[in-house]
Design a protein around this ligand. Sequence first.
Ligand code: SF4
Ligand code: SF4
Length: 242
Amino acid sequence: MNGAGDRLGEWLAGRVDASGIAPVDRFVEAPREHHPSYLLEGAKSVVVTGRAIPRGIFHSPAYGLHLLHRASHSAYNELDSLGLKLAIRLESEGDLAVVVPAYAPLTVSDSGTRGLLSLKHAAVLAGLGSIGRSGLVYNEDFGSLLRFGAVVTTAALGGSPLVDSDPCPAGCTACADACPEGAFAPDFFNKVACALKTSHSIFQLTMAQDRSPANRELVLNTAGYNYWLNCSECQRVCPLNS
Ligand code: SF4
Ligand code: SF4
């Protein structure tokens, strides 16, 4: 990182559990509509922040999903609020900035449901971890327990070092073995099977008659905002979260 990136890192320390910076030129594989420069003209950097949820959630005999729900949505709200402060701080120094929502609003099209920017890939490009066999980002200190937010800015802040090692121990298949939906096909992660398991039951009610992308996007970003997480088995059994 350069001097400005270092000062930003100091400001973020204590406010979040992890942070990193990805220069926009690292986003070469992002789809055009979900590239940082599609969120902000002249974007040069993406500052990615991570807030951890407690490991104890996966050790609750009865209420793991209830606790996961509240902790995840509280983390999203906190990341969004911090993003606003960060964006205003960057703009007070003469740059432009926008906050990437930690969860919704999402975009829905015929090709699927996506965040404005993939926070998972932004986290990897900002050096916060690498992707494991479950398809989640694994951080050295927090496993898959980090929830991510980001700010896209015109400020040139340098870049954090990347993590390019495979986080998964050789031969581990615990997540695939535990998945009740069989979402882990040999060379393919069935995102739809997982999403149907984890999404809010209101989706089935409100989308029974209109499954158009526009209606799905409306429902997802309003009634589905505080969605219920109906499964966390792949995270619960993962040795990287223990
Ligand atoms: S959250 Fe549940 S359904 Fe989705 S991949 Fe993990 S174990 Fe499978
Ligand atoms: S359960 Fe095993 S294979 Fe799956 S993500 Fe965790 S370490 Fe990797």
